[in-house]
Write a new protein. Structure first.
Length: 329
């Protein structure tokens, strides 16, 4: 009798395991092995006093694309909005230092971040200092233009003012392997930019007109942020080339050369502060030992950076043309 009971239990457990597996495969059950991202919490990095200088980090490709990692994290645009919203609720936040290390990204994401920073600065009347580290090019510089002052690191690469369209042309490969893609469209331009056929001269001209429009928007943003430069000077500088920090200062694209400590000191000076605490916003599992640290997790990665990397080539492989404020040699 005991043997029959044991066999019955084993069969029941086996059946339950199969049922659970089937439910999981069908999408009826979601199992979260890792906790989701929690709310931001303030962490003091250095300094003293009641007033605060908030250090915000903009690192990586600028995009509103959500990560496909194991842990759901806000994208860069959402993160910036979240940090600015929290800062707006704290009357002790007297200045912001935006640490930039980015070659740029999508046109829209760059413009949204610029807009959010500019609205925050205009509404709360507190100084915003952009501190460019290794790279602050194209969309990275676009966002920096929203700041009151731009400081470049001595070894910064910046500039690359312009627009690039990313797409793929695979029709030659398809011809070689004997494949043909057919699209049924409502009009001859509906599938323009398709990776499965060559682009016509007329289609290229249409794309160029869109790029020119985004380029003019970029020039306008730079002009608003660099009133010391004429429109003619900006257009001459904005041929897509990059500049070192010293070169950018010489032509008026940045205000000064300095380190992150200097950017914090400038923020305090602009806010009229004799002393202030430098603070950051972080999530559980992130650690900021000093102002140079990124959102470092216990595993040594940049927060959940190893799981949330931006798939740039995925955009190209998707086939849809992408308009980018991006330095991509």
């Amino acid at each position: 009798m005991p043997e029959r009971i044991t066999i019955g239990r084993v069969r029941a457990a086996h059946s339950l395991a199969i049922a659970a597996a089937l439910l999981w495969l069908s999408g009826c059950i979601t199992i979260n092995l890792l906790p989701g991202a929690g709310p931001l919490k303030e962490e003091e990095v250095s300094g003293s006093g009641k007033a605060k200088v908030l250090l915000i980090e903009l690192s990586g490709i600028i995009s509103a694309q959500d990560s496909g990692g194991l842990v759901e994290q806000p994208n860069l645009v959402a993160r910036l909005k979240e940090e600015l919203t929290r800062a707006s609720e704290d009357q002790n936040v007297s200045a912001i230092v935006l640490r930039i290390n980015s070659p740029g990204g999508t046109v829209t994401a760059s413009d949204i971040m610029y807009h959010e920073l500019k609205v925050f600065r205009d509404k709360h009347k507190i100084p915003v200092i952009a501190s460019i580290m290794d790279v602050g090019a194209s969309g990275g510089y676009y966002v920096a233009a929203a700041a009151d002052k731009i400081m470049a690191h001595p070894s910064t690469v910046t500039g690359s003012i312009g627009v690039i369209m990313l797409t793929m042309d695979a029709h030659g490969l398809l011809d070689k392997i004997g494949l043909e893609a057919r699209a049924v469209t409502s009009g001859p331009k509906k599938d323009m930019g398709s990776p499965f056929r060559a682009m016509t001269d007329e289609e290229r001209a249409i794309f160029q007109s869109v790029i020119d429009s985004f380029y003019e928007r970029f020039l306008t943003v730079v002009k608003e942020g660099r009133p010391n430069l004429s429109a003619e000077q900006i257009r001459k500088l904005a041929d897509g080339r990059i500049y070192s920090g010293e070169q950018a200062k010489a032509v008026g694209l940045v205000d000064s050369i300095g380190y992150l400590d200097d950017a914090v000191a400038l923020a305090k000076q602009q806010a009229g502060l004799a002393e202030a605490r430098v603070v950051v916003y972080r999530r559980a599992g992130e650690y900021r030992p000093n102002i140079y640290a990124k959102a470092m997790g216990a595993n040594g990665t940049s927060g959940w950076g190893s799981l949330t990397s931006f798939d740039l080539m995925g955009l190209v492989r998707g086939g849809t043309p992408q308009f980018m404020y991006l330095w991509m040699p």
